[in-house]
Design a protein around this ligand. Structure first.
Ligand code: RIB
Length: 292
């Protein structure tokens, strides 16, 4: 009988999976400008898949809910999930192509990204595996984001929203979020920290890039210190932060401890090229946390 009981995952991520087409450049082009590229590579990515991989590498059991095309890129991304032990039984095969991200990375490690949603645009969030923590971002339809958050909240899971890429959202979505993890630009678009707390979030974590992060609760603000690393490519660092945070929350950490782990993981992610290939494993994060 026990075999019939569905598992409760530590973390369920509902979101996007992309093949990232990455060109490195001395500096990113402005509008109407052409600049020479210095290298080209393809990496697995997508905010949702990056977050799922980060949670898995931090030690969580993870289920991913998303959609891929019936194509070679989809096969690559399914392989990533298998390699990282991520449950893909809720990954649909869509009749449109796997999502693509066209990414430019400058010699300073900054990026600019164009995302073509493809199969990600078909994600509905209708069927969710049970989990302790649900994590969503905004590269799938907003209706799917809202449904996933509301369903997970009703099941008793902790609901976490990383509102990226930046978008203005209403109370229809924000009311279901226990924890919101925006960057400075995103939190402004959402109406500010006080607004998010008033809508019911118990914590708002504003990521500050090289300056660390700020944890806002009804009790006040706690600053999470950054880690001193030399960035090569910041792609996926925010996703790594969010995914690692959820893994540590599922493991029972209090927020400040979970955020310190997430901050270290995000910093390590910037030290290597690509999204999924640069996401660190738990042992590497713990080494940085202990000063190794
Ligand atoms: O956050 C980084 C991700 O954004 C990339 O992996 C790319 O796929 C885009 O979705």
């Amino acid at each position: 009988m026990a075999d019939d009981v569905p598992p409760v995952f530590d973390v369920c991520v509902v979101g996007s999976a992309n093949l990232d087409l990455v060109a490195t450049v001395e500096r990113l082009p402005g509008a109407g400008e052409t600049v020479p590229g210095t290298s080209y590579a393809e990496y697995p990515g997508g905010k949702g898949l990056n977050q799922a991989v980060a949670a898995a590498r931090a030690g969580a059991s993870v289920a991913f809910v998303g959609a891929l095309g019936s194509d070679a890129a989809g096969d690559v991304l399914r392989g990533v999930m298998a390699d990282d032990g991520i449950d893909a039984s809720h990954v649909a095969t869509a009749s449109v192509a796997t999502g693509r991200a066209l990414i430019g990375v400058s010699s300073a490690g900054e990026n600019s990204i164009i995302v073509v949603a493809g199969a990600n645009g078909t994600v509905t969030g209708e069927e969710l595996p049970a989990s302790k923590v649900l994590l969503v971002q905004l590269e799938v339809p907003l209706a799917a984001v809202e449904l996933a958050l509301a369903t997970a909240r009703a099941s008793g899971a902790v609901t976490v929203l990383n509102p990226a890429p930046a978008a203005a959202l209403g109370a229809d979505i924000l009311q279901w979020c226990d924890i919101v993890v925006p960057n400075q630009h995103e939190v402004e678009l959402l109406g500010g920290v006080a607004h998010l707390l008033a809508l019911g979030a118990r914590a708002v974590v504003v990521t500050l890039g090289a300056d660390g992060a700020a944890l806002h609760t009804a009790e006040g603000v706690t600053h999470i210190d950054p880690f001193d690393v030399t960035p090569v490519d910041t792609t996926g660092a925010g996703d790594t932060f969010s995914g690692s945070l959820c893994a540590r929350l599922a493991a029972g950490d209090v927020l400040p401890d979970a955020l310190r782990f997430a901050s270290a993981a995000g910093a390590l992610c910037t030290t290597k090229a690509g999204a999924v290939p640069s996401i660190p494993h738990r042992a590497d994060v713990e080494a940085l946390l202990s000063g190794g």
